[in-house]
Design a protein around this ligand. Structure first.
Ligand code: BTN
Length: 232
């Protein structure tokens, strides 16, 4: 699947994911991309909001339709974001399971996938927020020490093109390639993690993309979207 045709750009909207979902429900074709200079109510995972000053970030939502059977989609998307970011600036990206993109242990990009999984007619909106040129002092105080920006000369227009291309590649990639790509960038291996149900040390992902945790000698598998993870 190719992404970026059609492409709707808003100067300001509440959320590109909300716009893309509306368009999906109205019958928009797969490949649709919605971007914005500014979001007034950007959405993050687990009900959080997503911050970006106008023009400082890529705010991007793509419609994947038909959705088909794609259990590895949550871990394939951040690989596309890494590829796009590394094509735009001299950075080395890692992924904090399931789909935060980090540089130097700080969050560069987040992914919010909202899907309507139905046989034949299912679709997913893939939302990506990628910080491009946000200065440290522009981030709210609570994000200042945990968020990163790409820097360099990359513009949102360049970033859209790079992500359109990288998403097409990673969404169609065979499972073995997605898993090895993820394992090569896994930021959590060997690190202590905690979730609502316990704590332990991350040991990698299984072939379904679940996070494996050694919790006192017992291996626990967590599914994307099920947990809020704290990293030590
Ligand atoms: C996260 O919590 O890490 C996910 C953040 C996803 C933010 C992007 S910005 C573009 C798209 N529109 C939204 O409202 N959210 C996603």
């Amino acid at each position: 699947m190719r992404f970026g045709r059609p492409h709707r750009h808003y100067r300001s909207t509440d959320s590109t994911n909300a716009r893309a979902r509306e368009l999906a429900e109205a019958g928009a074709p797969g490949g649709l991309v919605v971007t914005a200079d500014e979001q007034r109510a950007g959405r993050g995972r687990q009900g959080r909001s997503w911050f970006a000053p106008p023009g400082g970030a890529l705010l991007y939502s793509a419609l994947l339709r038909p959705l088909g059977e794609r259990p590895l989609l949550p871990i394939a998307v951040p690989l596309a974001v890494c590829q796009a970011a590394e094509s735009l600036a001299e950075v080395d990206c890692r992924v904090k399971w399931p789909n935060d993109v980090w540089i130097d242990d700080r969050k560069l990009a987040g992914v919010l996938i909202e899907s309507r999984p139905q046989p034949r007619t299912g679709w997913a909106v893939i939302g990506v927020g990628l910080n491009l040129s946000i200065r440290e002092d522009e981030f709210p105080a609570e994000l200042r020490h945990s968020a990163a920006s790409l820097g360099g000369d990359a513009t949102p227009t360049m970033a859209v093109a790079a992500l359109n291309e990288a998403l097409a590649r990673w969404i169609e990639a065979p499972a073995a390639e997605v898993l090895s790509g993820f394992r090569a960038r896994d930021a959590l291996v060997g690190r202590p993690v905690a979730w609502e149900g316990g704590s332990g040390v991350a040991v990698g992902v299984d072939d379904l993309g679940h996070l494996l945790i050694d919790s006192g000698g017992r291996t626990v598998a967590l599914g994307a979207g099920e947990v809020h993870l704290a990293v030590g």
